[in-house]
Design a protein around this ligand. Structure first.
Ligand SMILES: [Zn+2]
Length: 413
């Protein structure tokens, strides 16, 4: 019997149900939402801890991008169905001097303490996670999962024993470098070009030490040479915690297909970023940049502002953004990256790292509340619930288990 003849023989109710299931976007969305809630969802790169010490800012309050530029808080995590992820200890690159190293070390330790303080203050809603197995247990208890990661290992300076200090504080993922070269590795975006042509001798020791301790190595922000060397040297699979594909948008922060294939072959994962500059061409508008600099000079760092002063700052900022419009990446741009990575690496080697509070967000997914749209679009593209669950967290937890197992091996020997 053909499909159309089968439909003709169905009763009206059954036919209506079939048609509703096939054609109703609402039914599909409801199904996608149910799946999104059922699976474990982890984002591997959130700069949200930068907000923890803002005056009057509490993660339990509902905020908005328009109001204070923040993208993650507890109410929006609930709305977006995000179970948790890696909360970054990010340190901007500074002077490579003993004083610079000491200041960066202290700032990173303080950030780690702020993460602990946030979790301690809201221990009924959040829990620190130290092992892959913690994730499902914490989610089942109704709390949000807080893994910790390091973005830019400049705070280690030349003292690799500090990596153990951060491990003991709970850090389970670390990338060596950020926007510019440091004593560990070359950056993908340093205007001066390569300094080490990959990892420095100390950076190679950093890789071995991360393997020994049980820290996932993160090659986001690192140069291609660093990626290659890290992949070759690491005894475990590695991760790109928030990156994109160069085939879809050519930017040094993104990675080419051959490297994505090698990352996957070695068991690693690429977590797709939603940072606009790495998704679409973003021209520099000198007048806008000058206006933003003047705004910064007038108010100081915006994260130190509160109340009326924050409101005034936001109003002036919006005026500049309206006057000098930049192209913004859309949900389609983000999905093109995600679907391309899936085509190259397969559903076992791709995940999500949206760079919330660090520049992430696209039109249609401005903050963490918007993430169910990713699940809806993955299902619409034909990915199964099992695939979507791997993409949203299963893959990074698999890598984490391999890293844990390797560290356990080192401890036995
Ligand atoms: Zn970043």
């Amino acid at each position: 019997m053909t499909f159309s003849r089968a439909i003709l023989r169905m009763g009206n109710v059954a036919l209506a149900a079939l048609l509703a299931a096939v054609i109703s976007p609402h039914a599909l969305a409801a199904d996608a939402r149910a799946i999104h809630e059922r699976i474990l969802t982890l984002d591997t790169h959130m700069d949200t801890p930068m907000n923890f010490a803002r005056p009057g800012w509490d993660i339990m309050d509902a905020h908005s991008v328009e109001g204070d530029l923040s993208q993650v808080d507890y109410p929006r995590m609930v709305k977006g169905g995000l179970d948790g992820g890696f909360f970054a200890i990010y340190t901007p690159q500074g002077p490579r001097t003993p004083e610079g190293f000491a200041d960066a070390r202290d700032a990173a330790l303080k950030r780690a303490v702020e993460i602990r303080e946030m979790v301690a203050r809201h221990s009924d809603k959040f829990e620190l996670a130290f092992r892959a197995d913690d994730a499902a247990r914490i989610a089942a208890s109704g709390k949000r999962i807080v893994f910790q990661s390091i973005e830019n290992s400049y705070p280690l300076g030349k003292d690799l024993t500090l990596l153990k200090t951060f491990y003991e504080l709970g850090v389970r993922m670390a990338g060596p470098v950020h926007f510019t070269n440091n004593d560990l590795a070359d950056s993908s975006t340093d205007p001066k070009g390569p300094e080490w042509h990959g990892l420095s001798p100390l950076g190679k020791e950093f890789v071995a030490e991360a393997n020994r301790l049980g820290i996932i190595l993160d090659a986001s922000h690192a140069s291609d040479d660093v990626f290659d060397q890290m992949l070759a040297l690491s005894a475990t699979p590695i991760i790109l915690s928030h990156s994109g594909t160069r085939a879809v948008f050519n930017h040094p922060r993104n990675i080419d297909d051959a490297r994505i294939a090698r990352l996957a072959a070695a068991g690693g994962v690429i977590q797709i970023n939603s940072y606009g500059d790495y998704l679409v061409e973003t021209p520099s508008i000198p007048a806008r940049e000058a206006a933003m600099r003047a705004l910064g000079a007038k108010y100081g760092p915006f994260r130190a502002l509160a109340g009326e002063r924050l409101k005034a700052y936001m109003a002036e900022r919006h005026a500049i953004e309206t006057q000098y419009k930049l192209p913004t990446a859309t949900m389609d741009d983000f999905m093109a990256q995600l679907l391309h990575a899936l085509k190259v690496a397969g559903a076992d080697h791709v995940g999500i790292g949206l760079d919330w509070d660090g520049g992430g967000g696209v039109t249609g997914m401005e903050d963490v509340a918007g993430i169910p749209e990713i699940t809806r679009r993955l299902l619409a593209a034909g990915y199964s619930e099992a695939d979507v669950a791997k993409i949203w967290g299963g893959n990074v937890l698999r890598v984490m288990r391999q890293v844990e197992a390797k560290a356990a091996e080192y401890r036995r020997h």
